[in-house]
Ligand binder design. Structure first.
Ligand code: ATP
Ligand code: MG
Length: 370
């Protein structure tokens, strides 16, 4: 899938913009605070119905304006469609349109334009806590597998209720009678979660390490290890087997959970560890290595999406080039050949890209002639 063109009115610092994209690589060069990230944010908003830097729609409307309009012509599944969003200042709800027809729910636009986004904040996924890494896996799996989203929702609900019991049983000991029911449902849904995460991460790892090897001229080997509940001997085993291992773990942690007043057993504590040439990226990865690994994971995410839906999502890479050496920069702007890619970078990055280059300046975007 690809975006043919984008039209913006009063979106962030764009008063009026019309921009036609290349089907391949599009490089947006500009100084700080000119509107590069705002451009990707507009594309992302149309794709997902939400901005990536804010939850507040009012922030997306140009200062002093009453409304903002975003429109894109998109080519996907062998046809051209127009996506449009109108955002209003104040309380009036936004309006969404697909090829001129008003849509009442965001879901009606799902899948028309899929995007995979890399933004510098994603680096924290690799450097910070396990919760961020779980979110990365869960977000992708929820989009791809409705059964997973359902299991995760039920697991989270049970885990929250169990946590409340473990916190409050001192005052109301009768609450402990509820634990077996919560444990049973958490083992059932937890088994589906672990089985799905193992499968997804195995495929993600295979694609990501191939990208990472190409990125680094085979000098770095990227590996990804899934870490889950200790009694689960094989996370890729059928969910029925994982269920038994989870029950075993719950049983052995029963007293500890009651004493600690916390839920200690289950996949809500899962993590995945990335290593480069055997060393943990989190602990030992250099800035460039961490960035390379994060981009490789994004490329892999795009591969998996394509495998599942038959269409390659548009890749949005915000400020991806800083901290990369010349060879790795060249890989990003010249070697991600397949599908459409939108890349932003600063003047200082001094790269020349295959495809089309644009200059972004004070809310304007102009193609750079060769
Ligand atoms: P950098 O290289 O520093 O990342 P950038 O080109 O990506 O810069 P953007 O994040 O796109 O910059 O922001 C450009 C400008 O848009 C900022 O100076 C910001 O103040 C301005 N801006 C953000 N929201 C609005 C808004 N609602 N109305 C008007 N201007 C806005
Ligand atoms: Mg930016």
């Amino acid at each position: 899938m690809r975006i043919l063109d984008l039209t913006l009115y009063n979106f962030r610092n764009y008063e009026a913009l019309q921009c036609a994209f290349d089907p391949g690589i599009n490089l947006f060069i500009g100084e700080n605070a000119q509107g590069k990230t705002n451009l990707l944010e507009a594309v992302c908003y149309l794709s997902r119905g939400a901005a990536f830097r804010t939850r507040k729609e009012a922030e997306l409307i140009r200062f002093g304006s009453e409304f903002a309009e975003l429109e894109a012509r998109v080519f996907s599944y062998d046809r051209e469609q127009r996506m449009k969003a109108v955002l209003f200042a104040g309380r009036r709800p936004r309006q969404l349109f697909l090829s001129g027809v008003k849509k009442l729910t965001r879901e009606a636009l799902d899948g028309v334009l899929n995007t995979v986004l890399f933004c510098p904040e994603d680096l924290s996924v690799l450097k910070k806590g396990a919760a961020e890494r779980r979110r990365l896996t869960d977000d992708a799996l929820c989009q791809l597998r409705p059964r997973y989203a359902k299991a995760l929702e039920e697991y989270r609900r049970c885990a929250a209720q169990k946590a409340a019991v473990l916190r409050e049983w001192h005052d109301r000991p009768g609450l402990l009678d509820l634990l077996p029911e919560y444990n049973e449902r958490m083992a059932q849904t937890g088994a589906i979660i672990i089985h799905s995460r193992a499968g997804y991460l195995r495929h993600l790892a295979a694609y990501a390490s191939a990208h990472h090897a190409a990125f680094t001229g085979d000098s770095e080997r990227l590996e990804l290890n899934y870490q889950t509940v200790s009694t689960v001997a094989d996370p890729a085993a059928p969910a029925e087997r994982i269920y038994g291992w989870l029950r075993e773990h719950q049983e052995s942690h029963r007293q500890a959970e009651i004493a600690a007043g916390q839920c200690l057993s289950g996949p809500h504590k899962d993590d995945f560890e990335l290593t480069i040439n055997g060393l943990s990226v989190r602990t030992y990865g250099s800035q460039g290595q961490t960035r390379t690994a994060a981009i490789s994971l994004k490329l892999a995410e795009r591969d998996l999406f394509e495998q599942d839906t038959g269409e390659q999502p548009v890749l949005l890479l915000d400020d991806v080039l800083s901290e990369l050496d010349a060879g790795r920069q060249d890989f990003v702007v010249n070697c991600i050949r397949s599908g459409q890619v939108l890349i932003t970078c600063c003047e200082t990055d001094r790269v020349t890209a295959a495809g089309r280059t644009f200059r972004v300046e004070s809310g304007t975007v102009r193609p750079v002639e060769d």
